[in-house]
Every structure is written in structure tokens, then in C-alpha cells.
Write a protein that binds this ligand. Structure first.
Ligand code: AMP
Length: 219
């Protein structure tokens, strides 16, 4: 899933994972878990995450490749928040063939609205929004009863930096994947579009991709 912060990568990926039966792997969640657990890596990466900057490639690539060795990832996976640099894309490609890159196009006004109203479950990581995806009970996760909180990096000054980093460093990957013929665009111009509408579009791309792959194999 490619797209700026707040474009819905995590929301859509978590729904797709339930439908497709392959894991949703979010490097942002992995970063937050390391920081929360105060591991050696967590201590090294906290300052980058707090400032809205990218964690150095060697650290994040090693974390991701370790995760991809686990048994649940052997049939495929949905990546959310990875790749974010050209180096990451090149390293991933050495080991895996990427079938589909979904590029989420969302205007900045919507991103800022979304991020500044986003709430995340402290226990299971489920994503909510004060305006558009409210929990049934205020500040409590519908799925696990955990407490909802605002991410530290969803504060206005950090949001601005994360968007800058995205435009400067990650956006060039759109062209990279487009040239490889694996990129599909999704447009979301309305804050109130229900996530399932976008998920259905992505499932359509997956069905097309599977059909093409089957035809290639058959022919
Ligand atoms: P996210 O939840 O995807 O917005 O990620 C939160 C933070 O984790 C980012 O602002 C970065 O500091 C770090 N991070 C997550 N994924 C990556 C990545 N692929 N490369 C570098 N830093 C990352």
C-alpha cells in the first residue's frame, strides 16, 4: 500500500487481511511496538519517529525482512508503510516479487482532517476517526475494549513534517512502480467515503491481477 500518511493504508490493509487471509504487515506498527517495549532498537528509532522522520533504511529493512520469514507470511502479505525509499524498494525486490502496488491518492486537506482526528487502539492497533469512523463507545475499541489514543506523531507540527518527508522521499516510488507495470491508482476525494468502497476497488485490482497471472501461466 503506497500513499501519504493518513491516506488510509492501515485501515484498508486491515480489512483486506481479513478477506484475503494473508498478514497485514505495518512497519509503523512494528516501530511503535519496539518503542513501547523499550528495546535496544526502540531506543535508537524513537527520535526519528517522534520527529516524523524516516527510520534509517538498514534498521527498518532488517526488521521487515525478519518479519517476512515468519510462517504466516509464506503465502503472501500486505505491506503497509513499506517501501518508503528507493533503497527499501530495491532490497525488497531482491527477495520477493511484488504483484501489486496500490497507490492511494488523497488531497492534503483530507489527510490533515483524518490525521488530526485519528484514534488508535492501544491494545490491538485498530484505527478509528472522531469524524468518520467513530467507535460505538467513546474512546473504547469496538473490537477488543482497549483504550483509544492519539498517536504522538498525529500532532499538527509532526503531521506537516511527515507529509514533507512523503513528498520528498517516498513519492518518487510512484514512478518507480508505475514503470514496472505493477501500480494501480485509487482516488479518494471525499472524507466520508466508506472504507468498504475503497476496499472493493482494491479487491477488483487483485482479481484482475490474479486473472492476468493465471493467463500467463496457462499460455
Ligand atoms: P506509519 O505508521 O506508517 O505512519 O509510520 C510511523 C513512523 O514509523 C514513520 O513516521 C517513520 O518514523 C517510521 N517508519 C515506518 N515505516 C517506515 C519505513 N518503511 N521506513 C522508514 N521509517 C518508517
Amino acid at each position: 500500500m503506497l500513499g501519504p500518511p493518513g491516506s488510509g493504508k492501515g485501515t484498508y490493509a486491515s480489512r483486506l487481511t481479513a478477506i484475503l487471509g494473508v498478514p497485514h504487515i505495518s512497519t509503523g506498527d512494528m516501530v511503535r511496538e519496539e518503542i513501547k517495549a523499550q528495546t535496544e532498537i526502540g531506543r535508537r528509532i524513537k527520535e526519528y519517529s517522534d520527529r516524523g522522520e524516516l527510520v534509517p533504511d538498514d534498521i527498518i529493512i532488517a526488521m521487515l525482512l525478519e518479519r517476512l520469514k515468519k510462517p504466516d507470511a509464506q503465502r503472501g502479505f500486505i505491506l503497509d508503510g513499506f517501501t518508503r525509499t528507493l533503497k527499501q524498494a530495491e532490497e525488497l525486490e531482491k527477495l520477493f516479487r511484488i504483484n501489486l502496488v496500490v497507490n492511494l491518492n488523497v488531497p492534503d486537506e483530507i489527510i490533515i482532517q483524518r490525521l488530526s482526528n485519528r484514534l488508535v487502539c492501544r491494545r490491538c492497533g485498530a484505527i478509528y476517526n472522531r469524524l468518520t469512523l467513530k467507535p460505538k463507545v467513546d474512546e473504547i475499541c469496538d473490537l477488543c475494549g482497549g483504550e483509544l489514543y492519539q498517536r504522538d506523531d498525529d500532532k499538527p507540527e509532526v503531521i506537516r513534517e511527515r507529509l514533507n518527508v512523503y513528498r520528498r522521499i517516498t513519492e518518487p516510488l510512484i514512478r518507480y512502480y508505475r514503470e514496472k507495470g505493477v501500480l494501480k491508482d485509487v482516488y479518494c476525494n471525499d472524507l466520508m467515503t466508506p472504507p468498504d468502497v475503497i476496499v472493493e476497488k482494491i479487491l477488483g485490482f487483485i482479481r484482475d491481477m490474479e486473472k492476468e497471472e493465471a493467463e500467463k501461466k496457462g499460455g
